[in-house]
Ligand binder design. Structure first.
Ligand SMILES: NC(=O)c1ccc[n+]([C@@H]2O[C@H](COP(=O)([O-])OP(=O)(O)OC[C@H]3O[C@@H](n4cnc5c(N)ncnc54)[C@H](O)[C@@H]3O)[C@@H](O)[C@H]2O)c1
Length: 252
């Protein structure tokens, strides 16, 4: 029977590509985002390739909104087998600036932690409750970042939230292992979004391969991690950054 995936941030650059990639393998996709227009775009992309998708406007920072959305997904699709929490970002998602912690506003820190880290809690908890009840296992993936591993100036909020996702992944994998629910995390390096004009130099310089990372590179990793081929992998964070995190300041 075909599986159902609940994807947060499925209207965004990486989220949309991931939703389309999973749909292309026959997975039914609940396209969830706070941005209604972006949801419609992803649903359209999936329908164009003959996939099955339905859009849900929700706010991943609000546990009630997440629980209600998951209830609706199960009603609409009959099951929930995969959860991928991709919604997230740094100060930009709070309309804030990249500034040192001593200058950062409460509201920016609050939003960044809530979307990236609290969102992982609410989406994983709601999905795990359904998966445990179904008794047929499942896959949970939360998005971290290379910044969560190595830190970045002016991004303390983002770094802490994404580092938190890595620790959360390990602890939750221990809780959910007995239910055959795999819990992993994906940590991209620099993935230039289409709206980031002129960023190509940065995209090429920030990896060892001198190549631009595409959303599809990340989506392909998720496709593998939610497949049966990855059934023995749990509690891990997969860094996908073209070797970015190997660099050491002042050395080759
Ligand atoms: N692009 C990169 O270089 C990069 C690098 C490392 C990690 N990541 C991570 O990958 C993920 C996707 O990044 P992206 O570049 O595709 O960003 P994006 O801005 O294109 O997508 C993020 C999506 O999250 C949605 N969203 C924001 N707040 C929400 C909320 N409260 N509730 C529901 N949805 C909400 C947005 O509407 C948007 O569609 C993020 O978690 C990001 O931190 C990105």
């Amino acid at each position: 029977m075909s599986k159902t995936a609940f994807i947060t941030g499925a209207g965004g650059y990486i989220g949309s590509e991931t939703a389309v990639t999973l749909a292309n393998t026959g997975i039914k996709v609940a396209v969830c985002d706070i941005n209604e227009a972006a949801i419609s775009n992803t649903v359209k992309r999936i329908e164009e390739i003959g996939g099955i998708a339905k859009g849900y406007v929700f706010d991943v920072t609000d546990s009630k909104s997440v629980d209600e959305t998951v209830r609706q997904i199960v009603t609409d699709f009959g099951s929930l087998d995969i959860m991928v929490h991709i919604a997230g970002g740094s100060a930009r998602i709070a309309g804030g600036q990249y500034v040192p912690l001593v200058e950062q506003k409460d509201s920016v820190i609050d939003t960044v932690l809530k979307v990236n880290l609290y969102g992982a809690f609410w989406a994983s908890r709601a999905a795990a409750r359904v998966m445990i009840k179904q008794g047929s296992g499942g896959k949970i993936i939360n998005f971290s970042s290379a910044v969560g591993l190595n830190g970045l100036k002016t991004c303390t909020d983002y770094a802490a939230s994404k580092g938190g996702v890595m620790s959360f992944t390990k602890a939750l994998a221990k809780e959910l292992g007995p239910y055959k629910i795999n819990v992993n995390s994906v940590a991209p390096g620099v993935v230039m979004r289409p709206e980031e004009n002129g960023g190509i130099d940065r995209a090429l310089k920030t990896n060892l391969l001198n190549e631009k990372c595409e959303a599809s590179d990340i989506a392909n990793l998720v496709e593998f991690l939610v497949s049966d081929k990855a059934k023995f992998i749990t509690g891990q964070t997969y860094v996908i950054d073209g070797g970015r995190t190997l660099s050491m300041k002042g050395t080759d």
